[in-house]
Design a protein around this ligand. Structure first.
Ligand SMILES: [Zn+2]
Ligand SMILES: [Zn+2]
Length: 136
């Protein structure tokens, strides 16, 4: 039996190459039939799906599952980055808006004080002193 990888001639019925350890034949996990070629998908004795193929399918499924998870993770990360950016932008907009708001508020306070509260206070004082010194 020739090794498909290194062409080493092995004894008939050998399961692995004695030169490079490549698997030369499969053993059916169901009926324990030996000498099944490595490339066989099903057991020629009982028709059972063979280990290598089953393992390959398992690996393919695992790869698909992982790539799906990876895609989901990428999407989640993108969404998080978007949300974070939006949150940061809201803060920026808030700070930028609060500066003119603060100035407008200050101007309004100053306006109210000079045009309403201070004249009223001065009038009150004037009235008080007029009464005190009996001025007209
Ligand atoms: Zn070999
Ligand atoms: Zn079998």
């Amino acid at each position: 039996m020739k090794c498909p990888k290194c062409n080493h001639e092995n004894a008939d019925g050998a399961k692995f190459c004695s030169n490079c350890a490549t698997q030369l034949c499969q053993v059916c996990p169901s009926c324990n039939a030996t000498n099944i070629p490595v490339e066989a998908k099903f057991c020629p004795v009982c028709g059972n799906k063979l280990n290598l193929i089953a393992k390959e399918e398992e690996l393919v499924n695992e790869c698909e599952r992982l790539s799906k998870e990876e895609k989901l993770l990428t999407l989640a990360l993108e969404e998080y980055a978007y949300e974070y950016k939006r949150f940061k932008n809201i803060w920026k907009v808030g700070i930028i808006l609060s500066i003119p708001c603060f100035f407008i508020f200050s101007i309004l306070i100053w306006f109210a004080y000079t045009n309403y509260f201070r004249p009223q206070y001065e009038l009150k004082l004037l009235k008080k002193y007029k009464e005190k010194y009996k001025l007209q």
